[in-house]
Design a protein around this ligand. Structure first.
Ligand SMILES: Cc1cc2nc3c(=O)[nH]c(=O)nc-3n(C[C@H](O)[C@H](O)[C@H](O)COP(=O)(O)OP(=O)(O)OC[C@H]3O[C@@H](n4cnc5c(N)ncnc54)[C@H](O)[C@@H]3O)c2cc1C
Length: 497
């Protein structure tokens, strides 16, 4: 059996070895950025401070260094680079593995009595400091991986009842024999969980239609320290504010999402895809807007700027690329693709073969990111959504803010009223370089009318900008909810409020 990496993405055996890192540097990085040539070694777990607390009785717990180090951080650049340098100063005092709701209730009671913070942990793929407690006191990481049942597949009503700790592949494995799919594929799919998706309002990789996990929720069961909140499972309801909406995006501060009913669909039987080349990003944006507003709902509608097309898709011809794809369970989708291509031609685009490397590289990308960090690069992403009329100014503001770093842009999702731009920033330097760039880019986004996050969540890293953007009365109401359902403030302190 292969191990999960304690410091980087995924499995240890899937990471790039030293030779592959050097080849990556020579072939794909040096043409764009200078490199020192030093390769940081794969780190051993550093000695950790001793646990300050004894875990609660009757809940399975681990206090060994590997478990604690592996739960200390999420998987952002700032997490990977700190782990690589052996900087794991504030690990959880213990990792708890509840078998069910009783264990979680026990944990809440024990944490309130002992002044311990409890941080829910799904797959740990947070890129916003969501699973890392930054207060000084003792804390535990509540690893939900034993809440791993896909309890019921309802083929009549097209829904699945699933526990919060179920990982993406396990859910799809359970749905496949029924010819069903959730069709929610974040890039972190392999190592993230249903509960994590719901708690962060994750975005799947489909570009239009059902983009966020929110769109799939039929009902939620949430165990708060004040008791269970379980919503009614109905196709739709207009009965007051939605309880599900309260817990979607609650990032582990109100309770643990222990179970959900999610709406699923029949697996697609028909697909059609192509790419379209544009002379510039601006030309591609105009065509993408037309497609997004057409009502055709392509499953893929990903616009890559010329540098992104060169670096990520391996097509260095100076043009932007729009990757277009359609899929359907019921009937061929070629006509829809043909119609979208026609609009792209009208906007000056030329249909070309879909780049193979983009598809292959999507799930490998996090391993490449880790390799680049070992090579001494800052490599991280910044994402947002804005209305179409604001995109050009927002794009210029973000590029200015991070200059002279290399920055690429793609649209991960598109809506009739605007795109979700996703910037990748690459430069030399270290964590302080990134912290400066991140603050400048976030300021630029907020000043330009974009959200501080389209799908990466708020966590601890986006707090200053989130606080500025949310309405005052809403912030007051959220605080009131928190103090009602978590009166001792044990759950994920520092996130959202
Ligand atoms: C390489 C990479 C690619 C990514 N791609 C995407 C992407 O395409 N789309 C996207 O949306 N995000 C993406 N992310 C971000 C991340 O994967 C998502 O935020 C994901 O939803 C987190 O799920 P998780 O199970 O790993 O949760 P964790 O990281 O463990 O937790 C995230 C937050 O949710 C809380 N939480 C976790 N489980 C529960 C639960 N059951 N009940 C209550 N609270 C809980 C935690 O306390 C924390 O605040 C990516 C991250 C990486 C590293």
């Amino acid at each position: 059996m292969t191990e999960r990496s304690w410091w980087g993405w995924g499995r240890t055996d899937a990471a790039l070895d030293d030779d592959a890192c050097r080849e990556l540097a020579a072939t794909r990085v040096r043409p764009f950025l200078p490199l020192s040539g030093t390769l940081l070694p794969v780190p051993a777990v550093p000695p950790l401070p001793a646990p300050r607390i004894r875990p609660p009785a009757r809940v399975v717990a681990a206090t060994d260094d590997v478990s604690r180090a592996g739960h200390a951080y999420g998987k952002a650049y700032r997490d990977v680079v700190r782990a690589l340098h052996g900087d794991v100063d504030h690990p959880p005092d213990a990792v708890l593995y509840p078998a069910g709701e009783e264990d979680i209730e026990r944990t809440y009671g024990w944490a309130a009595a002992n002044g311990v913070a409890v941080v829910p942990y799904g797959g740990g793929s947070s890129v916003v400091g969501g699973v890392e407690y930054r207060g000084g006191g003792p804390w535990v990481s509540l690893d939900l991986s034993r809440l791993a049942a896909v309890s019921e597949v309802d083929s009549v009503n097209l829904a699945v009842r699933v526990q919060g700790g179920v990982y993406g592949p396990a859910l799809e494995d359970a749905l496949r024999p029924h010819s069903l799919t959730l069709r929610h594929f974040p890039q972190s799919f392999e190592y993230s969980t249903v509960g994590g998706w719901l708690a962060t309002r994750a975005g799947g990789h489909y570009a239009t239609g059902y983009t966020h996990i929110d769109d799939h929720v039929a009902a939620l069961r949430v165990l708060t320290p004040a008791g269970v909140s379980e919503s009614l499972r109905v196709p739709a309801s207009g009965a007051g504010p939605s309880p599900d909406r309260l817990f979607l995006g609650s990032e582990g501060i109100l309770g643990v999402i222990t179970e959900a009913w999610l709406r699923v669909r029949r697996r697609p039987a028909y697909t059609a895809a192509t790419a379209v080349r544009f002379e510039s990003l601006t030309a591609g944006v105009a065509a993408t807007r037309t497609v997004a507003q057409s009502g055709l709902l392509p499953s893929n509608c990903r616009l890559l700027d010329p540098v992104e097309a060169a670096l990520q898709a391996g097509v260095p011809d100076g043009g932007a690329r729009l990757l277009l794809g359609f899929e359907g369970a019921d009937a061929p989708v070629d006509a829809a693709l043909a119609r979208a291509v026609e609009w792209c031609r009208d906007a000056g685009g030329t249909p070309v073969a879909a780049p193979e490397r983009w598809r292959r590289g999507f799930l490998r990308a996090p391993y490449l990111r880790d390799a680049l960090v070992r090579l001494g690069l800052v490599v991280e992403t910044v994402e947002t959504a804005c209305t179409w009329d604001r995109f050009e100014a927002l794009h210029a503001a973000v590029c200015d803010a991070v200059a002279p770093a290399l920055v690429t842009c793609r649209f991960t999702h598109v809506y009739p009223d605007g795109p979700a731009p996703y910037f990748t920033v690459l430069t030399t330097g270290g964590l302080s370089t990134w912290d400066g760039l991140k603050a400048a880019a976030s300021d630029a986004i907020v000043h330009s009318g974009g959200t501080i996050t389209h799908h990466h969540a708020v966590g601890r890293d986006h707090r200053p900008w989130y606080d500025r953007q949310r309405p005052g009365p809403f912030a007051t109401a959220l605080r009131a909810v928190k103090s009602t359902v978590d009166p001792h403030g044990v759950l994920n302190p520092g996130v959202l409020i």
